[in-house]
Every structure is written in structure tokens, then in C-alpha cells.
Write a protein that binds this ligand. Sequence first.
Ligand SMILES: [Zn+2]
Length: 102
Amino acid sequence: MKLMVCRSCGDVILMRQEQRSCWCGASSGRYLDDRSTVEQSAGTLSIALDNTGLRDAVSAYDAAPDGWHPLMVFRAFLNPLSESDVRYVPLSAPPTDADAER
Ligand SMILES: [Zn+2]
């Protein structure tokens, strides 16, 4: 699961196949049809969530939601620019599937 961070307003946006924008409008992004690659505004950050860890944390929460438990912790990391499934595009040129085929 990938999230985009707008460095102007600080919004953290869950990427979906539909184009999504941050609160200030400076950043937007979406998943491409391969459901793995995201295209998002240049200058933003990409966060990858550990999906298994998140699922386990939700299970721990559901089992005992009234108190904190170490299993409620899950990992996330910033995708480096070298990550091939995160593409950065200028905001003035909204990403398209045709762009992904280049
Ligand atoms: Zn913003």
C-alpha cells in the first residue's frame, strides 16, 4: 500500500486508481492500471506500508481495542527515487496510462 506525502501542506494521501489530490492542491497521484506502480507529483514523498504488518496490527487492535499492545506497531518506509514503481510527474501534466508505457 502506497501513500503520498505533500511537502507543502503535509497531507498524507492513500493512493488509489482514481487521481487524488492533497488539501493545498499542489500534489496529486494515483495507481496505474498495473495496480503496483504509482504516478505522483514531482517533489512529493512516497510511503510504502508493510501490508502484512498493518493487517496484524489491526487484528491485535480488534482483539483488545481498549489498550495498547506491541503488536499494534507496524512498519512503513519512504520509497527512494530509485524505486521503479514510483514515478514522478510535473503537476502541470496529469499522469496518464500512455505515460506509463514510455
Ligand atoms: Zn498539499
